[in-house]
Design a protein around this ligand. Sequence first.
Ligand SMILES: Nc1ncnc2c1ncn2[C@@H]1O[C@H](COP(=O)(O)OP(=O)(O)O)[C@@H](O)[C@H]1O
Ligand SMILES: [Mg+2]
Length: 271
Amino acid sequence: MVATTLERPTPVAPVGAAAKAAGARLTVEAVSHAFDIRGTALPVLDRVSLDVAPGGFVALLGPSGCGKSTLLRLVAGLEPPDAGRITIDGAQVAGPDPSRLLVFQDPTLYPWRTVRGNVMLGLEARGIAGPARAARAEAALRLVGLDGFSEVFPHQLSGGMAQRAALARALVNAPRLLLLDEPLGKLDALTRLSLQAEILRLWQETRFTALLVTHDVEEALVLAERVIVLSDRPAAIRADIRVARPYPRHRDDPELVRLRRSILDSLGQPI
Ligand SMILES: Nc1ncnc2c1ncn2[C@@H]1O[C@H](COP(=O)(O)OP(=O)(O)O)[C@@H](O)[C@H]1O
Ligand SMILES: [Mg+2]
């Protein structure tokens, strides 16, 4: 009888179960990168090395234009680094992969597709059959608290809901590494707080590895286990700070306030 259960085919894992697979280990080894601006090299990353444990949550902070998004794009496999190596569980990143997904500040939902239609996009591209696709999309929408909004079009969503839909669109693929590029940057302060709690809950429930770029020091400290501070362009690692505080965290926690001061200090900002 046990054998029957074990042998039952599971062609597509439901999003919750699939996402429970351990997060990936990310290793960035001495990565340098430059862009060509009309024949002149613009160095953007300078020998950046970084190791993120499976299921870890690391935040990247740094001055605007220092190379944070570039680093995330290289990790996502959208372009290869000029020098150095990026590996996921020891295998070199050679291109984009649904196990490694980027979520941007702008949710970029297709206006002509419903919320469910947007969430199903990646599954369609991977040739996953219709009914399984819809079921997984619904599960992902439930995960982000958008159940009941599947049939709605993007223009009918608030900014926070659109960003939840963008998170669902990534999570439906059960990524082992989620790359978050200022995902809450355009939201109002209250929506930001609720989405921060949401991201924390999603990470705790599904245990993907998270790499979050943010310009909000408090956001980094409330969410991440480690905060990495980057220098001005070309970005080099200036500080790597462990945030050894239990979750859920409160931004007024004296230890977080102390860390905030030292991070702002290393960013060269007045406190
Ligand atoms: N595709 C590109 N071509 C040329 N320059 C680029 C390109 N992408 C980014 N840059 C430049 O690289 C620098 C770092 O950009 P980015 O990684 O987006 O910074 P951040 O995300 O830290 O604000 C900026 O000066 C930007 O203008
Ligand atoms: Mg950026």
